[in-house]
Design a binder for this molecule. Structure first.
Ligand SMILES: O=C(O)[C@H](O)[C@@H](O)[C@H](O)[C@H](O)CO
Ligand SMILES: [Zn+2]
Length: 299
């Protein structure tokens, strides 16, 4: 009998919940509502939610070594000071593409903040194609572009041996791998790891576990799939009570809890009535695996 338990721990109806990151320093889950333009923190002990509103979409949040957070907001990498709610730009990208925005991002094992862009959506998953790119913000706040011709830059994570980066461009319906040099942050040799099946929906956010397997959220597929990147196969599927699951990240005191964000944008009233928890955040326990503590941005 599976001991897997799925609990909706945050019942807010966020427009596009995303980027769940466990902040061990605060004992809180940090995440964003992209279209709601806010960064939030949830305290599991008090169930209190704090939030900071921004001027533009905010699509990724990460811990910062010097304290507080870095975010990908609009097409700007920025520092977020939680206490005074200030947002300090660190670097801008896609200045020649005024209709672009950042999407998903994460800090690599060496403390560099990777994040990708996309054209702003006309409606969920409907975008002008090939407008996005993948960027890295280095410790000195310089920026490198890895590649362009991206549709919806999404989930990313790094292999446990730090020799590969896993990457999702959602409209390819694939999970890719690239060679990755942890000393320089450079990537190369992009190839397919897994092509999603029709019923699995759109690959969105992603995280790796301590066994080197990938947990991929399937937007519109209402599930998270666990993929063996070596074999290119799905080894586990966990279905959720909402269709639009957007991202996932491990947390809790021993990183054994998988937090899954979701969206409600694009759902009509009947759909929302069928899925009252859409836009909420779920905690999945009993998976029998743990996650990797997030790395903080070094700059
Ligand atoms: O969650 C994300 O990464 C995107 O920012 C969303 O806007 C998705 O593209 C959309 O939810 C797909 O239906
Ligand atoms: Zn996403």
């Amino acid at each position: 009998m599976s001991s897997i338990k799925i609990e909706c721990v945050i019942t807010e109806r966020y427009r596009i919940g995303e980027s769940p990151v466990w902040d061990e320093r605060e004992g809180m889950l940090v995440y964003v509502d992209i279209a709601g333009q806010k960064v939030c923190r949830w305290n599991p002990n008090s169930n209190e939610i704090q939030s900071v509103s921004l001027e533009e979409t905010v699509s990724a949040v990460a811990l910062r070594k010097s304290g507080d957070y870095v975010v990908a907001t609009g097409t700007t990498f920025a520092a977020l000071n939680w206490k005074d709610k200030s947002v300090t730009p660190l670097a801008r990208v896609d200045e020649d593409k005024p209709n672009n925005r950042f999407n998903d991002g994460k800090v690599d094992p060496a403390g560099r903040f990777f994040a990708g862009t996309m054209a702003k959506e006309i409606r969920p998953a409907v975008v002008e194609r090939n407008q996005g790119s993948l960027f890295t913000l280095y410790k000195d706040h310089s920026v490198v572009k890895h590649f362009d011709m991206v549709d919806i830059s999404n989930g990313l994570d790094w292999s446990l041996d730090q020799k590969a980066m896993f990457y999702i461009d959602s409209l390819s319906y694939k999970v890719d791998a690239l060679d990755y040099d942890v000393k320089t942050g450079k990537t190369s040799n992009r190839r397919q790891v897994y092509k999603l099946q029709q019923d699995e929906g759109l690959p969105d956010g992603m995280c790796i576990d301590t066994e080197g397997k990938l947990w991929v959220t399937c937007n519109n597929g209402g599930r998270v799939i666990r993929i063996d990147p070596q074999a290119g196969t799905v080894i586990q599927t966990v279905k959720l009570p909402v269709d639009k699951v957007t991202s996932c990240g491990f947390g809790g005191k021993d990183y054994s809890e998988l937090y899954v964000t979701s969206a409600s944008d694009g759902m009509d009233e009947a759909w929302k009535a069928r899925q009252p928890q859409a836009g909420g955040i779920f905690k999945i326990t009993g998976l029998g695996v743990k996650g990797i503590p997030p790395t903080a941005f070094a700059g």
